[in-house]
Design a protein around this ligand. Structure first.
Ligand SMILES: [Zn+2]
Length: 171
């Protein structure tokens, strides 16, 4: 089932998500719907608050090979994630967000992170991630804390986006 994606200006995007406690079929059905929704809108990641659910959960789908547009997608599900390590080394890369359709701009983030999380059955995991996946993990974890990628750029750069942002707030 394709879920409604809330756009910038929706209050739910600014709220803190609650931990997931029940790892049941209902949760797994919701995760399936989130994956379908992400594919529908061509995203690389989708956090539960973006579909109006204040739960600490996000999905990520990264093509195994970027050069090939038919490349299979490697899926990841992160529940109750905590980033326990951010590398000092950073990268600045163009980022988008399904809550801001067609708005891409460079964001500086750590190139590597370590994340502790649970899977859809509640099993605890730890992952070291780098490159694009590390970026998605940081972007989506921010969503669980009500933080958006426009908060990660300087006020000067943000003011340059002002007119483009107005477009979303009127929706
Ligand atoms: Zn986003």
């Amino acid at each position: 089932m394709i879920l409604r994606v809330f756009k910038y200006g929706s209050e739910v995007l600014r709220k803190k998500a609650e931990p997931v406690i029940q790892f049941d079929d209902e949760l797994r059905k919701f995760i399936k719907d989130m994956k379908e929704t992400m594919i529908q809108y061509n995203g690389a990641g989708l956090a539960a608050p973006q579909v109006g659910v204040l739960k600490q959960l996000f999905v990520a789908g990264i093509p195994e090979n970027y050069e090939d547009e038919n490349s299979p997608i490697q899926w990841y599900v992160f529940i109750n994630p905590k980033i326990t390590y951010y590398s000092k080394e950073v990268e600045t890369i163009n980022e988008g967000c399904l809550s801001f359709p067609d708005l891409f701009f460079p964001v500086t983030r750590s190139s590597r992170v370590t994340v502790e999380f649970q899977d859809e059955f509640g099993v605890k995991n730890v992952m070291d991630a780098e490159g694009f996946l590390a970026r998605v993990i940081q972007h989506e974890t921010d969503h669980l804390n009500g933080i958006l990628y426009i908060d990660r750029i300087s006020p000067l750069k943000r003011s340059l986006l002002k007119n483009k942002l107005k477009r979303f707030q009127s929706v």
